[in-house]
Design a binder for this molecule. Structure first.
Ligand SMILES: C[S@@+](CC[C@H](N)C(=O)[O-])C[C@H]1O[C@@H](n2cnc3c(N)ncnc32)[C@H](O)[C@@H]1O
Length: 358
């Protein structure tokens, strides 16, 4: 989406867009969708149940129905399909940890100027308290559980035998790749607290038997083992260009000849590095929450990959509406067997020529 603010009215509309998000967050903070569940409610009944004023709830519910997340018939309110499932803590499709994460950002974004002034994150860089990391990892699972299978359906891994999900968190992507590719084996690499969540999730899937777990600090440690594919998803934006370049070199060292590094991130795709809008806005989150994170253009990331020694770098486009971020993912290959053989052959031709000339 490209937003253009040219007139005062455009500006007013852009600023006042805070209203609906605030209404939605208030409803989530009240656990309203869970309280409504599968029942039909009048406002006075519901107000008694969730212990708020009738006047406040009437205005809140009317706006939720206007937005489509509740249904209103006369004086009766019921949940929409979304409200009854992903927003309802009693439903198996509940995505509560991700909702909790994004709604908690409201207060953080209110402090944006602090980070603009200091250039530093608000409180800390990716807090390491085990409980935070655990909840964050579940949030990542709730974020991508619908997208991952759609991505896995479009990425051809038929010739791959081994995949490393580097910074894989809950392993949601690794699980989706395993489910789609029955002969593939995968390893999810992350911090121990994240891996505990990944193990819990994998234990509920048949394909989870083909997933192993690698605790590692990828910023300081070499990657053990070799792989046909390395999936580096939503980690690039946490780190500086220099840190990412170091990871690329480690990744190349652990790829089999001709192996692929696949990078999914909020890439900027236009010449001036402004769009998609979501990729520019996501950089604000990185300013608020990380020491050195940012969002990067696909072009600069390609240059870092080439510099690290990767070849045949290209953008893989996904079907619109099926991807994590608009604009596709980056694929880069380690020099392949053919290339290595070619280099060896040229080398041996050269050396036999030089031998014959002596
Ligand atoms: C935003 S999450 C992305 C999770 C998953 N790859 C996805 O796309 O949904 C970033 C992940 O990278 C992991 N991570 C960040 N820095 C790391 C490091 N230095 N070593 C290992 N894992 C790291 C975090 O623990 C977290 O699970």
């Amino acid at each position: 989406m490209r937003r253009r603010i040219a007139t005062f009215d455009d500006l007013r509309d852009a600023i006042m867009a805070y209203r609906l998000p605030r209404v939605l967050i208030a409803a989530l903070e009240l656990n309203l969708f869970t309280a409504i569940g599968t029942d039909a409610w009048t406002v006075p009944e519901l107000a008694r149940d969730v212990k708020v004023s009738e006047r406040g709830l009437a205005i809140l519910c009317r706006n939720l129905a206007m937005a489509g997340v509740l249904k209103k018939k006369g004086e009766i309110y019921t949940n929409s399909r979304l409200g009854a499932t992903a927003l309802n803590a009693h439903h198996p499709a509940y995505r509560g940890d991700y909702l909790q994460l994004i709604t908690s950002h409201w207060a953080d974004w209110g402090r944006l100027l602090e980070s603009v002034r200091s250039g530093l994150p608000l409180d800390h860089d990716e807090p390491e308290e085990p409980d935070y990391r655990r909840r964050f990892t579940w949030a990542m699972h709730h974020r991508t559980l619908e997208t991952a299978p759609k991505m896995a359906a479009q990425i051809d891994l038929r010739t791959a035998r081994t995949l490393l999900d580097l910074g894989g968190g809950p392993g949601t992507y690794a699980m989706a790749f395993l489910a789609k590719n029955p002969t593939l084996r995968a390893t999810v690499c992350d911090r121990p607290e994240a891996l505990a969540v990944a193990k819990e999730i994998a234990s509920t899937h048949k394909a989870g038997a083909r997933l192993s777990f690698l605790p590692l600090d990828m910023m300081t440690e070499a990657i053990p083992g070799t792989y046909d594919v390395i999936w580096y998803s939503n980690v690039l934006h946490i780190y500086s260009p220099k840190d990412n370049q170091a990871v690329f070199r480690r990744a190349l060292a652990s790829l089999n000849p001709g192996g692929r590094l696949l990078i999914q991130d909020a890439f900027l795709h236009d010449r001036n590095g402004l769009f998609p809008e979501e990729a520019s806005l996501f950089a604000v989150s990185m300013l608020l929450f990380t020491e050195k994170g940012n969002t990067y253009s696909a072009a600069e990331t390609r240059a870092w990959l080439a510099d690290a020694g990767f070849e045949r770098i290209k953008v893989l486009r996904m079907k619109k509406g099926t991807e994590d971020w608009e604009g596709g993912i980056l694929e880069a290959r380690s020099p392949g067997t053919n290339e290595k053989t070619r280099v060896r052959r040229i080398g041996s031709v050269r050396s036999s020529r030089s031998r014959s000339s002596h």
